[in-house]
Write a protein that binds this ligand. Structure first.
Ligand code: NAD
Length: 254
């Protein structure tokens, strides 16, 4: 009998994290540990889904180190090991250069939170473990009113490369996915805000956005989940320290 694989996913209530969880949930050999501070939404979709995998949910803010330490103490004694970590929780608050509140919150969640979860996971990760970090195309590029978000995502890309070297002797791979324009609540909120500023309907704002994309459509969460599944697979054991872009080609066009 093959051993059960334990997969911890942050930000699993919505968007990409949820798509990743749904993808792994189809296999009875998986145990999912799903983390999100929107626990009501996380519990709602888990209760409605028919899933062969064993699933447990936890309400934690990944920026809260003490809360995470309590969670991992429990996981260590009950589960013993975590084979795959998917860091998807993140926020995209815009900030003007002088806006320290949003600077600190975005860095606290996206960068510190991702590092806290990862470092607490490491003692539980066996050889050939997998760490997959959701960065962003803004881990390579800049964007107005986004110093905090861009800094946090560039930071995740750097952290990914360095940690991959630290963990290579244990055959643990660490990779980043750099998405853009994935159809999630985060993107919909951004488009609604842009529509408000431009005096457009959300539908018009969506149509305008799609016209700027080579594929003329948004990326589906399931398409990002498929990349995660590949990176988590035994076949991807030689892929580490990489940044894989999924942006429908927008980053390479003028
Ligand atoms: N949607 C995109 O186009 C896109 C593009 C680039 C990068 N990303 C990145 O992908 C990841 C997922 O994005 P998404 O579009 O699914 O976002 P989303 O807002 O739709 O979902 C994010 C999830 O993370 C949870 N979360 C946020 N902060 C948390 C915290 N402090 N503690 C615990 N849970 C928290 C939210 O409750 C939510 O369930 C993020 O890191 C985001 O920056 C998304």
């Amino acid at each position: 009998m093959t051993q059960m694989r334990t997969i911890l996913i942050t930000g699993a209530a919505k968007g990409i994290g949820r798509a990743v969880a749904e993808s792994f949930a189809g296999e009875a050999g998986n145990r999912l540990v799903l983390v999100d501070f929107d626990h009501a939404e996380l519990q709602r979709w888990v209760a409605e889904a028919a899933m062969p995998a064993a699933v447990e949910t936890h309400a934690v803010d990944i920026a809260d180190l003490a809360g995470l330490q309590a969670l991992f103490t429990g996981l260590a004694s009950r589960l013993g090991q975590i084979d795959v970590l998917v860091n998807s929780a993140g926020i995209c608050n815009e900030n003007e250069p002088g806006d320290l509140d949003n600077w600190h919150r975005v860095i606290a969640v996206n960068l510190h939170g991702t590092f806290y979860v990862t470092s607490l996971c490491l003692p539980l990760m066996p050889r050939q473990g997998r760490i997959i970090n959701m960065a962003s195309i803004l881990g390579r590029a800049g964007k107005v009113r986004n110093t905090a978000y861009c800094a946090s995502k560039h930071g995740i890309v750097g952290m990914t490369k360095a940690l991959a070297l630290d963990l290579a002797p244990r055959q643990i791979t660490v990779n980043a996915i750099l998405p853009a324009w994935v159809d999630t609540p985060m993107l919909q909120q951004e488009l609604a805000a842009q529509a408000g500023i431009a005096g457009l309907s959300t539908e018009q704002s969506q149509r305008n956005a799609k016209k700027r994309l080579p594929l003329r459509r948004f990326i589906e969460g399931a398409e990002v989940a498929a990349m995660v599944r590949y990176l988590a697979s035994p076949e991807a054991g030689g892929v580490t320290a990489q940044s894989l872009i999924i942006d429908g080609g927008v980053g390479l066009g003028m």
